[in-house]
Design a protein around this ligand. Structure first.
Ligand code: LLP
Length: 403
């Protein structure tokens, strides 16, 4: 919930913009750092969720590593303070250029997703007189019980290497001189809310697979369980910090860890989702034949999650909360300006009576928001505005923003 003082300041800022609640961000990261130490779990922040430099610099300063999925992410993470030896690099399609750059940097590990990728890395390391650290991403065939677009650990998904190739894989690793096998990597999906159940299942399956590899003579020193911890999109005020405690506890109670073995996790969404909101204005209130539309200045170009996954984000009318204590409510279809019928923020949402110029807050947009934004319809990209630097925000120029 934003205080009136902040909302008043928003009036001077050009919309749309991403508003970062830095207090909540620091609190979240500090909480995770404390739990990581308590449970002896290494955290690699999945930078794909949000690549804002300020956030990354703080996360790296806490000693976390980075999980990257492209050459540019690797370079960006490194430039934001993550040491090369704490950067892991996953992704099913790494180009030769990306592999070479990361190898030269000396990253902690390539999380390899196919046999062919391992052959290529081995050969490139050979040609360049290097030795590359690799971890192998396994497809454990586990249902994460989440949206099908963010489920990654089933055989039907393109990620990881599955059972039928294990023996070939082990044989190749054992005879290859230019790769250094450091462990196994898993990631079964995102926005997992059945935390205790799903992650316990993941651990049990991981235990079996690790045992199989070690029985074949390959030491698995690092077990990386991936990310996936869900956040509360319905009620961000009730649960501003994701349930890291249950996640870490479930892992430590269910994973078999021999001495010297390290456990890694890769949270993305859970670290940043609740720390930002997309702030937008109502451009027009339009009464359609059967419903009322609130037409906003932020669209699917700024945040594609509702259009792409049918994702729910809580929406609040900030200006109305300043106007009236007991407002009259009305149902609206809240939509963006983009020329697509899927550019809908929420259908039939009950909101206080809203008028042109009202400031709206789209909650829980710190993860997979700005990073997935596009310039579709040649729209400008929404900038970042920080709670502790409100005075540096871009000033509003539009007519109604300067009333
Ligand atoms: N590790 C790997 C290998 C991943 O692929 C991902 C996310 C993560 C870690 C971090 O997962 P998280 O803790 O954020 O759940 N755009 C979608 C989410 C895609 C997630 C992709 N992989 C969304 O907006 O819901």
């Amino acid at each position: 919930m934003l205080d009136f003082n902040t909302i008043e300041k928003f009036d001077k800022i050009a919309t749309p913009f991403y508003f970062y609640n830095m207090d909540l961000f620091y609190k979240t990261v500090d909480h995770v750092a404390e739990l990581a130490e308590r449970y002896d779990i290494n955290v690699h922040y999945a930078i794909k969720a949000n690549v804002e430099r300020r956030l990354l610099e703080y996360i790296s300063s806490k000693g976390f590593g980075a999980d990257c999925v492209s050459g540019n992410e690797v370079l960006h993470a490194h430039s934001c303070g993550f040491p090369a030896e704490k950067i892991v690099y996953a992704g099913v399609g790494k180009s030769d250029r990306e592999i070479y750059d990361a190898m030269k940097l000396g990253i902690e590990a390539f999380n390899c997703e196919s046999l062919q990728e391992i052959y290529v890395i081995n050969e490139m390391a050979h040609i360049n007189g290097m030795k590359a650290n690799i971890s192998v991403r396994i497809n454990p065939d586990i249902d994460a019980h989440t949206h099908k677009y963010v489920t990654t650990g089933l055989y039907e998904n393109k990620f990881g290497i599955s059972n039928h190739e294990f023996d070939k894989l082990i044989e190749f690793i054992q005879k290859s001189e230019h790769i250094n096998f450091i462990g196994l990597h898993f990631h079964i999906g995102s926005q997992i809310t059945r935390v205790g159940e799903v992650f316990a299942l993941e651990c049990l399956r991981v235990n079996e697979i690790v045992r199989y590899f070690e029985n074949q003579g390959l030491l698995v020193n690092n077990i990386n369980l991936g990310g996936g911890l869900g956040v509360d999109y319905e009620d961000p005020d009730e649960n501003p910090i994701a349930d890291f405690t249950t996640w870490f506890k479930t892992i430590s109670e269910n994973i078999t860890r021999r001495p010297g073995q390290k456990i890694h996790v890769e949270p993305g969404r859970s670290i940043v989702a609740q720390c930002a909101s997309l702030i937008s204005r109502v451009l027009f209130v339009k009464s359609g034949e059967t419903k009322n539309f609130l037409i906003m200045d932020a669209g699917m170009n700024d945040l594609i999650r509702p259009a792409l996954y049918g994702a729910y984000h809580k929406i609040e009318n900030l200006s109305a909360s300043m106007r009236q204590f007991f407002p009259t409510f009305q149902a609206y279809d809240i939509v963006g300006p983009v020329c697509e019928s899927s550019d809908v923020w929420g259908a039939g949402r009950l909101l206080p009576l809203s008028v042109r110029g009202d400031l709206m807050e789209i909650r829980s947009t710190g993860a997979y928001g700005q990073v997935m934004a596009s310039r579709y319809n040649m729209k400008d990209l929404a900038p970042s505005v920080f709670s502790d630097r409100l005075d540096e925000a871009p000033v509003a120029k539009d007519y109604f923003e300067n009333r």
